[in-house]
Design a protein around this ligand. Structure first.
Ligand code: F6R
Length: 245
């Protein structure tokens, strides 16, 4: 079932999601957390780090898996998602390194997607945290004619490469491919929380709640298949999407 939660603002929405993640860990300290990167989740991770420092949450047995990574970027590259996770969460909590599962952007991509498929074949994500693109993408699953079920390699769109150029010194350094969990991996999670704040994401969320379709042109619409899924938005987005409560 898909439920919309409208928070006052992004800060309150991040607090709500932090509480949901922490509740999952209280009930199951070994829970497998599925994690995303990007601007939306920065405040959430800061709250988790604060709560850890205050002794309110313990990640000692928690396990994590990340949804995506650029092909070609080693974990030591400051634009890699592995670097992002270290900066924003792993280095500031007691998540054990051996419990962290990431695509390795520096390894052979075919080998990496096979490794991730094996891992997700053997482990179920207890709570999967996602952001969403303005076009409805989740992970690196972009709008397309079909869904791809398992972890896979994505050729990045020219507009994505252009948009990423500001983070790199030379155009040839911008990754052209990425690794991502597939749609099948997303719908197998026990619980999914998608966070979207600000009016720029309103169109995608309005489309998501506008009908009952599961549409590969709107990848986030697969959340309608998940047993327990929440979309946490702020009031600015809800108002722009015509979903104000
Ligand atoms: C990143 C990821 C992406 C982002 C999405 C939103 O790991 O999976 O799907 O969640 O692009 O990004 P932000 O939060 O930067 O707007």
């Amino acid at each position: 079932m898909l439920e919309l939660i409208v928070a006052q603002n992004a800060a309150q929405g991040s607090r709500m999601v932090a509480d949901m993640l922490e509740e999952t860990l209280t009930n199951n300290p070994r829970a497998l957390l599925g994690l995303a990167t990007g601007g939306t989740v920065v405040d959430l991770y800061a709250l988790l780090c604060q709560d850890y420092a205050a002794g309110r949450v313990d990640f000692g047995q928690a396990r994590t898996v990340n949804v995506d990574e650029y092909v070609g970027l080693p974990a030591s590259h400051d634009q890699s998602f592995a670097w992002f996770m270290r900066q924003h969460l792993f280095a500031k909590t007691n998540i054990a390194q051996e419990n962290v599962y990431l695509f390795n952007g520096a390894e052979d991509p075919q080998q990496e997607i096979a490794r991730m498929a094996d891992f997700l074949g053997a482990h179920t994500i207890d709570i999967l945290l996602l952001g969403v693109g303005t076009n409805g993408h989740i992970g690196f699953n972009e709008p397309d004619r079909t869904f791809i079920g398992p972890p896979h390699i994505v050729e990045l769109a020219e507009e994505t490469i252009q948009a990423n150029m500001r983070f790199f010194q030379r155009r040839e350094d911008v990754p052209r491919r990425a690794l991502t969990l597939g749609i099948g991996d997303v719908v197998k999670a026990k619980k999914v929380i998608l966070m979207a704040f600000g009016p720029q994401k309103a169109e995608a969320i309005a489309r998501l709640f506008g009908d009952d379709l599961i549409d590969p042109q709107l990848p986030c619409s697969v959340l309608k298949l998940v047993p327990e899924a929440y979309v946490v938005v702020d009031q600015a987005l809800a108002a722009a999407a015509g979903l104000a409560q």
